[in-house]
Design a protein around this ligand. Structure first.
Ligand SMILES: *[C@@H]1O[C@H](CO)[C@@H](O)[C@H](O)[C@H]1NC(C)=O
Ligand SMILES: *[C@@H]1O[C@H](CO)[C@@H](O)[C@H](O)[C@H]1NC(C)=O
Ligand SMILES: *[C@@H]1O[C@H](CO)[C@@H](O)[C@H](O)[C@H]1NC(C)=O
Length: 554
């Protein structure tokens, strides 16, 4: 390959016209092109025309291009530089050397062209033109062509992945970020074992189940709910007393994960996909160590690739972040319900950047969707109708009911962990990467554990116990998110104050436009004592009743 240039170890006596070198350093080539070697554009005065023609794509995460030059003439060589940007409103640039100057004698000089994207997702062509007067009559004119991809991201420098899989068409056009993942199928064994160990170890402590909750009678559920009689007050005082501290120290519960470890290992193996079959197209969401891409997955034997969503850790993710990603990503694996979005495949070929695949059928992250409704540019916010809210809630409730029947507790129900499509079909997802993508929803209370404090039931907050009843609490907050279009719950309350705030009986206020009946359902989910809260079966009956009322006269 052209770029795999070997560094010349021989210093040959330079001919008189060997005016200067201009190249990309080893580190720069690796960063920009993912290859090992230096790239000489001008070697001893001779221009590498082939290299000059190549339009180098500059990934969204790279904001600086470094060039290195070396004066071989023994006297200063004057240069002029000019940056030409096709769309100056979307991109600006700056150089850390002067536009007009001289290539200094003696040693290498590295300089940088910084590219500053505007708030658009766009590709911008630019060229950097340099004239170097090598002699009185002779000028070397150079034009470096770059295509900058602007994704309006945080400044997280990272390395691009290699493009190895030829993809059918679709590399042109607006926001396509064509990163395909290398086909490095040899890596597996050691890393595999390591990650499995993480996974198995963490899995042991992760779920507490409370099947008793589900089996409670439905008798008084709806009458109680209606009887709560909460008016449109800003906050209300709960009559409950604090819960018994041992609410769910369930030693008698049957564990789902009593299966031998070998089986878990097989579980990952079962859905392992080859990296080379996955192509990343564009970034959907971006955090500090994780990213969600839209992509395509060409299954072995399949006629055409299918659309997928790819959750992956960035290069600089730590081993424990990677383990967490896998552990959480596999939480719903193997389940099948229309309101659940389980993982489709996983790859741990590359230890530092494993990824999870999810089928992608046109849905979006629900929190983003709600916020978009709220802050839509076209006219006033598109509030969801009560009927739509109830229909979405019903779907989600069915998904969680199914989980609970499978003796699984979700532990992080929230709009951010759901997806929704244009027809308002809802699916619940795992919470892999949620901490990273929605950092404002998670807080540490001084124990280094990042938890969704504002969604936690009081007993989860105090004792870290999670039961079906704590899922019910979170579901109440989820309903509140639906009706407020993803407002931050308890926005004004300090996370450290949450426990005492809840203990004093304060809860979320009734949103404007939220009917009393619906707010009563939420309020019922936030009963102080876990036993007082409804089960999902009861919630379904209540929501269904309310839905019938709403549609009766339509
Ligand atoms: C380089 O020189 C050419 C003429 O030789 C001129 O048209 C062009 O504007 C110059 N470019 C720069 C960046 O000075
Ligand atoms: C320009 O900035 C780069 C870092 O971005 C630095 O390595 C280089 O030395 C700088 N060059 C000059 C001439 O200041
Ligand atoms: C300019 O340099 C090129 C090679 O670098 C040479 O072929 C040409 O004759 C030079 N022209 C003049 C006017 O010196």
């Amino acid at each position: 390959m052209l770029w795999r240039l070997v560094i010349l170890l021989f210093v040959i006596a330079r001919p008189a016209e060997s005016y200067f070198n201009l190249f990309l350093s080893f580190a720069e080539v690796h960063r920009l092109l993912g290859l090992d070697g230096e790239l000489f554009y001008v070697r001893e005065g001779t221009v590498n025309e082939y290299a000059m023609k190549f339009v180098v794509p500059v990934p969204a995460l790279i904001q600086k291009l470094h060039f290195t030059w070396e004066n071989l003439a023994g006297r200063p060589l004057p240069y002029t530089m000019f940056v030409d940007i096709s769309n100056p409103t979307a991109l600006s640039s700056s150089l850390n050397i002067s536009h007009i100057g001289e290539i200094p004698v003696g040693g290498l000089q590295t300089w940088a062209l910084s590219l500053h994207c505007g708030p658009y997702n766009i590709e911008v062509d630019l060229s950097l033109r340099i004239n170097v007067s090598v002699s009185r009559k002779n000028t070397t004119s150079l034009e470096f062509k770059r295509k900058k991809i602007c994704m309006n991201l945080k400044e997280t420098p990272t390395e691009p992945e290699e493009v190895l899989v030829a993809a059918p068409d679709s590399t042109s056009g607006g926001q396509i970020f064509y990163v395909a993942i290398g086909c490095a199928c040899a890596f597996m064994a050691a890393i595999f074992v390591l990650i499995i160990i993480y996974y198995v170890r963490d899995k042991k402590t992760r779920r507490h189940r409370d099947p008793l909750q589900e089996s409670r009678g439905l008798s008084s559920a709806c009458s109680m709910e209606r009887g709560t009689g909460v008016g449109p007050a800003q906050t209300f005082l709960s009559p409950e007393t604090p819960p018994p501290t041992s609410a769910a120290s369930g030693s008698s519960y049957r564990r789902l994960d009593d299966r031998p470890n070998r089986e878990l290992h097989e579980r990952i193996q079962e859905i392992t996909v080859q990296r080379c079959r996955v192509r990343l197209i564009s970034i959907e969401l971006e955090g500090t160590f994780g990213r969600v891409y839209r992509g395509s997955y060409h299954e072995e034997g399949a006629l055409s690739p299918k659309d997928v969503l790819v959750k992956t850790a960035a290069e600089h993710a730590s081993q424990s972040q990677v383990a967490l990603l896998l552990r959480e990503g596999l939480a719903l694996y193997g389940l099948s319900h229309p309101a659940l979005l389980p993982v489709l495949g996983v790859s741990i070929e590359d230890r530092s950047a494993p990824f999870l695949l999810y089928p992608h059928t046109g849905y979006k992250n629900m929190k983003r969707f709600l916020l978009k409704c709220k802050f839509s540019n076209e006219g006033p916010p598109r509030a969801l109708t009560t009927q739509e809210v109830v229909e979405m809630a019903l779907q989600a409730a069915k998904g969680v009911q199914y989980l609970h029947r499978k003796r699984l507790v979700h532990r992080d129900l929230a709009a951010r962990n759901c997806v929704v499509d244009d027809d308002l079909r809802v699916q619940i997802t795992d919470n892999a990467l949620a901490r990273d993508l929605f950092p404002q929803d998670y807080h540490c209370l001084g124990d280094n554990e990042n938890r969704p404090i504002k969604w936690l039931a009081i007993e989860s907050l105090l004792n870290k116990t999670f039961t079906t009843a704590s899922d019910v609490w979170a579901f109440g907050v989820f309903l509140w998110e639906l009706t407020t279009l993803a407002q931050q719950p308890y926005g004004e309350v300090d996370p450290f104050e949450m426990a005492s705030y809840l203990r004093e009986g304060y809860r979320l206020a009734q949103p404007i436009n939220c009917p009393d009946e619906l707010f009563a359902v939420m309020a019922y989910c936030w009963a102080m004592s876990a036993e007082e809260r409804p089960t999902f079966s009861q919630l379904l009956i209540c929501l269904q009743d309310f839905h019938t009322q709403l549609t009766r006269y339509v």
